[in-house]
Design a protein around this ligand. Structure first.
Ligand SMILES: *Cc1c(COP(=O)(O)O)cnc(C)c1O
Length: 368
């Protein structure tokens, strides 16, 4: 069986370096908020081409705390509307509702799967205060268009870069386009820790200061609390693991791109739609195809030794957690959620395995 993603194999490649980094932290006797965090934050800020990186406990916290910081700074307030794609992972939407703001679900472009700038313009009301574009599946959203819209309407832009470490357009990386960006380093992400971790990137000094306080009980100076903050830390061991893996991220991305170009050029089956992307700004966190016959195709792949997953099976507005959105008509999103299927793609997938996946896709047919 070709696994969807072989995390054990992915981390095994670096096991000596990871173990050495782990030992360094254990021997240091300093486990929270030390040199490893600072060193990773500096390296990741440089990598993204921004002034600040603020490490936090996970990707959801990165988004939640950024919106919270904007509230503390007086830039957002309860009830403000935030435009977010209707087909994203639930975390992007939770970050908005968690802060008492109103998510406005906007339809994506059905071919790129990313938030559509034209639909975004149409959704703007006097209450709209921010846009939260998601670089879904590793494909950079149309950031020049969103920054233009933001300037016209004086909106904040928070990128959800959880799936797009290193994706870039005109040499400008995910995490450096918006006023701030949230990253996840969940183990299965393109840059994955060996546990939970996340970060915010920004060029805004005041925002970075506020985030550093919020993640630490709202305190900048020990025992003095500026805000009712939270405990959201990126610990020393995870920071050390991430510093090791960051060095190899670009090579791993290049491998994902190689597999993707093979899929794009070799999968030829009228029942399968390939993602319509500009391959140059795509880091292929996921390779997502569409088909009207998803259950049958998934079964066919399984029968031929290929594990696939669905990202995501239920549209956010159809979730029980968001009954207030149940009445919304979002046909593009609903169709995508019914048709998408993710093929294996990862730094340890061999070209031989990829070719097998291609041939299994090409041998699929629908029995009438
Ligand atoms: C993974 C993910 C998150 C949340 O990250 P966690 O580290 O799991 O909290 C947010 N947004 C998107 C698009 C994601 O894929």
């Amino acid at each position: 069986m070709i696994p969807f993603l072989d995390l054990k194999q992915i981390n095994k490649v670096f096991s000596e370096e990871l173990l050495a980094a782990c030992k360094r932290v254990i021997d240091s006797g300093w486990y929270i908020g030390g040199a490893e965090l600072l060193s990773f934050e500096t390296a990741f800020a440089d990598y993204c081409g921004v002034k600040h990186c603020v490490g936090v406990a996970n990707g959801l916290d990165a988004l939640v705390l950024t919106i919270r910081a904007w509230k503390e700074l007086g830039k957002l307030t309860d009830g403000d509307e935030v435009i977010v794609p209707s087909n994203t992972y639930i975390a992007s939407i939770l970050a908005i509702s968690e802060n008492g703001l109103t998510p406005v679900l906007v339809e994506p472009n059905p071919s790129t799967y990313n938030l559509c700038p034209e639909n975004t313009r149409q959704a703007i009301t006097p209450r709209t205060k921010a846009i939260l574009p998601v670089h879904l599946y590793g494909h950079l959203a149309d950031m020049p268009a969103f920054m233009q819209i933001a300037e016209e309407y004086n909106l904040l832009v928070l990128e959800d870069s959880a799936q797009a470490h290193g994706a870039s357009l005109h040499g400008k990386k995910a995490g450096s386009w918006g006023h701030a960006s949230g990253f996840s380093f969940y183990p299965g992400k393109n840059l994955g820790a060996l546990g939970d971790a996340g970060a915010i990137t920004t060029n805004d000094d005041a925002l970075a200061d506020t985030l550093r306080a919020l993640r630490n009980y709202g305190s900048q100076e020990k025992y003095k609390n500026l805000y009712k903050g939270v405990n959201s830390r990126l610990d020393e061991i995870q920071a050390a693991m991430l510093s090791v893996k960051l060095k190899y991220l670009d090579a791993q991305t290049a491998h994902r791109q190689l597999i993707a170009s093979l899929y794009l050029s070799e999968i030829k089956n009228p029942e399968i739609s390939l993602p319509g992307v500009d391959v140059s700004n795509q880091v292929w966190h996921l390779f997502v195809i569409r088909t009207k016959h998803r259950a049958a195709l998934q079964h066919h792949l399984q029968e031929h030794g290929v594990q696939t997953l669905i990202h995501y099976p239920i549209a956010p507005h159809k979730q029980d957690a968001y009954k207030e959105f149940a009445h919304l008509q979002l046909p593009v999103s609903e169709q995508l959620h019914a048709e998408v299927l993710s093929l294996p793609i990862g730094p340890e997938l061999s070209s031989e395995e990829a070719r097998h996946i291609v041939s299994v896709c090409n041998s699929f047919s629908v029995k009438h």
